[in-house]
Write a new protein. Sequence first.
Lengths: 275, 265
Amino acid sequence: MAPTDVPALALADITCRFAARDGAREPYTAVANATLSVAKGEFVSVVGPTGCGKSTLLNVAAGLLEPSLGTVDVFGERLISAEGVNRRAGYMFQADALMPWRTGIDNVVAGLEFRGVPRSDAVAQAEAWLRRVGLAGFGDRYPHQMSGGMRKRLALAQTLILSPDILLMDEPFSALDVQTRQLMENELLALWAEDRKSVLFITHDLEEAIALSDRVVVLSAGPATRPIGDFKVDLPRPRDVSEIRMTPAFLTLHREIWAAMKEEVLKAYAAQKVA
Amino acid sequence: MRLRILQIMVLGLLIVFWYLMTAPGLIPPFYFDKPNRAAFFFGEPQKVFWVIVDWFATGEIFRHLGITLLETALGFVIGAAFGLGIGLWLALSPTASAVMDPYIKGFNSMPRVVLAPIFAVWFGLGIWSKVALGVTLVFFVVFFNVYQGVREVSPNLIASARMLGASRRQLLRSIYLPSAMSWVFASLHNAVGLAFVGAVVGEYLGSSMGVGYLILQAEGTFDINTVFAGILVLTAFALALDGAVGAVERRLMTWQPRASETEKV
């Protein structure tokens, strides 16, 4: 295989089984035989019903969770989670993962600090990143003094300052209101267009997935989640997420993918009602 | 301001009540059979006041207060350091924590003031037996808070720091320690108070200096006014200490959200 063909991220036959808990007899299989790859510079979204193990898959890709079976390759190199996390990936969490005792700027420099970059150098870079995410002048605020949208921008700067080759995002904007969310999505696309990192974006929102991605992967309902559909999104870029939702091409895609997803969503819903 | 005036009025009323009930011959004795008995048991406010004034005028008190405060400070610092270290260690090492659990529980439920005589034997009647007592009292408050603090660090935060490239050491310094510190500060008032208790109780049980020693001496000669004076001085300094802790806490914990943070324009 030529080096250019090596995917940035390749999950092969991933199965994650968790030991039985809370009186359950059987171990819980969150993910079963999932195979998924992200090419270099590709923006891939993974959609699936709630509670289907999307985050589990992402944690495996990040090297935070060791799969029971299966392998993860990062640019052709095997990822062994016992030896540490995926060093080439940045992770943006669903919930806040900022250090509450650090000011905005100190949160952004954290990654550089861990790598031993001199303080003045790190601060200069962090200030540049704060400007890029639209937080110039807010660096001395603590996270609790910021709005939800500002905290997301801060988290984005914190992740991107390390210039990771792969960006893993776990429903990063799900806690935001619709307007802020669309703004953040556009900003994410603008930042992404600058250097085209590989992105694995987890969401339960199909519209968000289509608007952002090059490819949408649909997961089955849990337990034993696996990909059941893979759709290419060939909408033109640059996109404006609020406008693209109105185009006929978008609607056709949405209908097509939703048809594949609908059954799984209903299944997940029924399972939750029983439980 | 109105509140402050009311607060001072309560203090004034208490002192007036104290004076009325104890001044010999002022009101007919209704409980004791002799008019000066009430003053013997409860002291007299004006005499207590003059004892205190005398202490500060001659400077005699400073030596004793200095010793008591030194014991408090040492007890607090050493106890907090041990609590922080061992709390971090046990919280991060589940095996050690499981092994030590019954001993920690046992040691904590023991009334540790009974250790004071043993400490007096081990460390003598100087300041170190008092410091040791303060340490045993402070240690557990800090220890349990650190333990809890480390256990309750959000797993997201740890995962995030690891993804940002933090080594184990850096995790400890940048995540666990600050998180534990916020819990330590939450217990700081308690811990400083207990260090003070350790110092005074230790002095009271045997010493040659300190405010506890002054009280013990006065009690030996039934000088109840001096006993009350000592108690009042101790109380005043406990309050001052608490205020100082509050100030330190406000300075160091600026990152914590407060209930309401709107400003008047």
